[in-house]
Design a protein around this ligand. Structure first.
Ligand SMILES: Cc1cc2nc3c(=O)[nH]c(=O)nc-3n(C[C@H](O)[C@H](O)[C@H](O)COP(=O)(O)OP(=O)(O)OC[C@H]3O[C@@H](n4cnc5c(N)ncnc54)[C@H](O)[C@@H]3O)c2cc1C
Length: 300
C-alpha cells in the first residue's frame, strides 16, 4: 500500500456503517481504506437481532462475512488500528494512527459511540445479556412478566412505556434520581409501578439476571433489566475536524444532511456517531448513503 498518495476515500470505523460505506466506493472502483480499531458497540451482545437475513447471528459473524466480501474487491483495504488524529481539508486530509500516516481526498467518519453505563454493582458485567437497552434488538428473547427498567434519567419513562409491550414492567430508581413532574405523570398515566427504594445491585449466574437487590436488602426476581445509557462519541476526530454536532436525548452526534455530509466539505459521517436513532440496519443504510455521496463528490 502506497501510503504517500491519497486514497479516494478513507473510512474511519469498520463496522455496520463503515463497511457499508466502503462497499459502495469499492464497487465504484475507487480506492478506499478502512481503518478500524475492532470495538463495535454491540460486541457485548451474544447475538444480534433484526438485521435482515442475519437474525440471531453473533455481531462478529455478521462483520466477518461483510469484511470477507468487501476486501475481496481489489481497491479496498483495511488497517486494524486506531486513528489518533485527523486534520486537513477536502482533497488533502491527513490521518495518523499508532503506526501509519495516511492521506485521503474524502473522509467518512463511522466510529460509533460508546455507552456510559451507570454505576451499579453487577450492571457492567451483564451488559448485553441480562442488562439491555433496546427491546427491538433483544425483547423477543426475554418477553414475560419479570422485566425491569432502571431509571437514571427522565427518558426511562419513555423506555418503560415501550418495554411494557414485551411484558410486565417495574421501574427501579438509581440512587439519588427523581423523575420530573412530566415523566412522573407519564408513568402514572400508564399505571406502571415505580419501586421507591433505589437499586443496590444486580445478581445472577454469569451474565444472566436472576434478581435485583434494593437498598433495603429486598430482592426482586427479574429476567432482564433495561437501561438507557448516555452515549459519548468514541473518538474526538469529528471535533478535530471542526464538524458540527447536534445534541440528542442520550448524547451529541455529528450533524449531517440528507446525504450524510457533515458541516465540513469532504467529510461525511454515518451510523451511531451521526444519528439520534441507533440500530445496525439504520447504521448500515446511512453508511451506504455516505459511500454514494462521497463517491459522487469525487466526480464534481
Ligand atoms: C449491547 C448492544 C446490543 C445491540 N444489539 C443490536 C441488535 O441486536 N440489533 C441491532 O440492529 N442493533 C443492535 N445494537 C446497536 C448496534 O450495535 C449499533 O447501532 C451499530 O453497531 C452501529 O454501527 P456503527 O457502524 O455506527 O458503529 P459501531 O458498530 O459501534 O462500530 C464503530 C467502529 O469504529 C471503530 N472505531 C472507533 N473509533 C475509531 C478510531 N479512532 N479509529 C479506528 N476505528 C475506530 C470501532 O472500533 C468500531 O469497530 C446493539 C447495541 C448494544 C450496545
Amino acid at each position: 500500500m502506497d501510503q504517500g498518495s491519497p486514497f479516494d476515500v478513507v473510512v474511519i470505523g469498520g463496522s455496520f456503517a463503515g463497511l457499508s460505506a466502503a462497499m459502495q466506493i469499492a464497487r465504484a472502483r475507487r480506492s478506499v481504506l478502512v481503518i478500524d480499531s475492532g470495538k463495535p458497540r454491540n460486541r457485548f451482545a451474544s447475538h444480534s437481532h433484526g438485521f435482515l437475513a442475519q437474525d440471531g447471528k453473533t455481531p462478529e459473524e455478521i462483520l466477518t462475512v461483510a469484511r470477507d466480501q468487501l476486501f475481496a474487491y481489489p481497491t479496498a483495504s483495511l488497517i486494524n488500528e486506531t486513528v489518533m488524529s485527523a486534520r486537513g481539508e477536502k482533497d488533502a486530509f491527513e490521518l495518523s494512527t499508532s503506526g501509519n500516516v495516511v492521506y485521503a481526498k474524502r473522509l467518512i467518519i463511522a466510529v460509533g459511540v460508546s455507552d456510559q453505563l451507570p454505576n451499579l454493582p453487577g450492571l457492567k458485567e451483564k451488559w448485553g445479556q441480562g442488562v439491555l437497552h433496546c427491546p427491538y434488538c433483544h425483547g423477543y428473547e426475554i418477553a414475560g412478566d419479570r422485566l425491569g427498567v432502571f431509571a437514571t434519567s427522565n427518558i426511562a419513562a419513555h423506555q418503560a412505556h415501550v418495554v411494557r409491550d414485551w411484558g410486565k414492567v417495574t421501574v427501579f430508581l438509581q440512587d439519588g434520581f427523581v423523575f420530573d413532574a412530566d415523566a412522573q405523570g407519564e408513568l402514572e398515566k400508564m399505571g406502571l409501578p415505580v419501586e421507591p427504594v433505589p437499586l443496590a445491585g444486580i445478581e445472577g449466574e454469569g451474565r444472566d439476571i436472576s434478581h435485583v437487590v434494593l437498598k433495603d436488602g429486598r430482592k426482586v426476581a427479574l429476567d432482564a433489566l433495561f437501561v438507557a445509557p448516555q452515549t459519548e462519541m468514541s473518538t474526538p476526530i469529528a471535533t478535530q475536524l471542526y464538524c458540527e454536532t447536534t445534541p440528542g436525548p442520550l448524547g451529541d452526534f455529528i450533524t449531517v444532511d440528507d446525504w450524510q455530509a457533515t458541516s465540513v466539505p469532504g467529510v461525511f459521517a454515518a451510523g451511531d456517531a451521526a444519528s439520534g436513532w441507533t440500530n445496525a440496519t439504520i447504521a448500515s443504510a446511512a453508511g451506504v448513503q455516505a459511500g454514494v455521496a462521497a463517491h459522487q463528490s469525487l466526480l464534481r
